[in-house]
Design a binder for this molecule. Structure first.
Ligand code: MG
Length: 159
């Protein structure tokens, strides 16, 4: 058994007429995340971190944004699919830490729900998944409220 870690990063643009979904939880806000799927930037970062730990390339290769099957896809469902694929390869997540970079709205009222949702997707207990929030302090695309970014580290046991 070996312990491995992977990192993930993603960013999506904020647009009117879209839902704001982070870690599978919808946050009430006037804009949402653009994307071929549901735009769930946090779940995408987690998926890339898992693939990194597994040495299995990246989310774009597994779920191409040109594939109509993934149009408006539920990203937590895709994460579940990936966890099952990794399980079949003897790879099991043990821990996940994340940071969401977002100017508005406040993430903190939704933090517990997001942790619960990601934990469900990763088949981990609640306390093995952490979600931190940060802002851009007015700088860059996050600070100007043009988009949201997310970082993740996933640790796995590999058989
Ligand atoms: Mg993405």
């Amino acid at each position: 058994m070996s312990v491995r870690s992977g990192i993930g990063w993603d960013s999506h643009r904020l647009e009117a007429g879209r839902r704001l979904i982070l870690g599978g939880i919808e946050l009430p806000y006037e804009r949402g995340l653009a994307g071929h799927s549901d735009g769930d930037v946090l779940t995408h970062a987690v998926m890339d971190a898992l693939l990194g730990a597994a040495g299995c390339n990246d989310i774009g290769q597994w779920f191409p944004d040109t594939d109509p099957r993934y149009k408006d896809a539920d990203s937590i469902a895709l994460l579940r699919l990936l966890v099952a694929e990794m399980e079949a390869r003897g790879i099991r997540p043990t821990h996940c830490d994340t940071t969401v970079l977002m100017e508005q709205p406040k993430l903190s009222p939704h933090r517990e729900a997001i942790r619960e949702s990601l934990a469900g997707g990763l088949k981990l207990p609640f306390d093995a998944v952490n979600v931190k929030a940060s802002t851009g302090e007015g700088m860059g695309f996050v600070g100007r409220g043009e988009g949201v970014a997310a970082l993740a580290i996933v640790t796995v046991d590999a058989a």
